[in-house]
Design a protein around this ligand. Structure first.
Ligand SMILES: [Zn+2]
Ligand SMILES: [Zn+2]
Length: 346
């Protein structure tokens, strides 16, 4: 009896848990079966002039979620998601721990345990004995090896930046030596990497006595880094499938950002009135004589003036006043909430 309630004993609880596990697996299998059929249909719909192959090569993303962070987790689950439809195709639970083995080891001598284990082995929870760090790659390998059973080959993997999974799959070649597995990078991770590299550069140069960060105009402050990341991502997304144009667009954002009145560097920026580059857009709008450059430079100066204004004490006081007014409003709202929704109010 706990807290005036009759609770079931441990073995009854375990029996119920086992029944629920079986039922959930049954439902999961049926959902996965339907999802795979849909994915195969989606890929065969893409084929117009040729026969639909028995096994489709598809692009997937793979990731694992583990019980604890870092490289000490005892169990977790790895799953594969199709990129075209967004359906989960398969999953596998990885475990370095088996509760029943642990109890049996405690209760019986080793010779008896060996006999017991021979019977228990097919249903033992342990399916990974190496380091916890390699558990994700191991999960991927299990999923890749059995994908052909349901008519799909995961030949392109969208990576989350963890190189070990892709390396393991490339080394093991689950579909034979002639089928290579391609890797694609996630744009969000690429963008994040640029931010990390820029922040690292700021801190590294600080230790060398050179100040790149700070608050003034033209410094690599957090907001500027976020802006550069956004430009970088846009340059990649807008030029999908054209590597040269992508490279040029990335350089354009870099040169555009370091451009000054004395040294305008908008040569790589896209031209035309619709250009995101204010300089090139101005050039396209007024395309005669010295006025073209004059307009571009004037806009550049306008930005500098605005940035300087934002850095003045008066402007900062004004922003401070707005911030504290907002804070006061929020606190007042919280106080009201505290009085309105007292315990037992509903
Ligand atoms: Zn076991
Ligand atoms: Zn520009």
């Amino acid at each position: 009896m706990v807290m005036n309630m009759s609770v079931m004993n441990k073995s009854t609880f375990n029996d119920h848990a086992a029944v629920m596990k079986k039922a959930s697996e049954c439902v999961a299998d049926s959902v996965l079966h339907d999802a795979r059929l849909e994915v195969r249909k989606a890929y065969s719909d893409l084929i117009v002039d040729a026969a639909v192959p028995e096994i489709s090569d598809i692009s997937v993303s793979f990731d694992g979620t583990w019980f604890t962070r870092g490289h000490s987790s005892m169990y977790g689950v790895g799953s594969v998601i199709d990129l075209l439809t967004g359906f989960v195709l398969d999953y596998t639970v990885m475990s370095k721990h088996c509760y029943r083995c642990m109890i049996a080891k405690r209760r019986m001598p080793i010779t008896d345990f060996r006999v017991w284990y021979a019977v228990h082995a097919p249903e033992c929870d342990i399916n990974h004995e190496g380091s916890s760090g390699a558990i994700e790659a191991e999960a991927a390998l299990i999923l890749w090896k059995r994908s052909e059973q349901y008519g799909l080959r995961h030949t392109t993997i969208l990576s989350d930046g963890d190189a070990s999974t892709y390396k393991r799959l490339s080394d093991e070649k689950p579909y034979g030596a002639s089928v290579a597995i391609q890797k694609e990078e996630c744009i969000n991770h690429i963008r994040k990497r640029l931010g990390t590299a820029l922040r690292k550069a700021v801190s590294e140069w600080r230790t060398r006595g050179c100040k790149l960060g700070g608050r003034g105009h033209g410094t690599l402050k957090a907001m500027t880094i976020a802006k550069l990341q956004k430009y970088y991502q846009k340059a990649i997304l807008d030029n999908r499938g054209n590597l040269l144009a992508m490279k040029s667009a990335i350089y354009a954002t870099l040169f555009h950002s370091i451009s000054t009145d004395e040294k305008p560097q908008h040569g790589n920026c896209p031209v035309g009135t619709e250009s995101w580059c204010y300089y090139q857009s101005a050039v396209a709008q007024v395309s005669y004589g010295d006025k073209t450059v004059a307009l571009g430079v004037r806009r550049d100066r306008g930005r500098v003036v605005k940035a300087k204004l934002r850095a003045t004490k008066k402007f900062q006081h004004y922003r401070q006043a707005i911030k504290s007014a907002k804070r006061r409003l929020l606190e007042a709202a919280k106080r009201t909430e505290g009085t309105t929704y007292k315990a037992g109010y509903f």
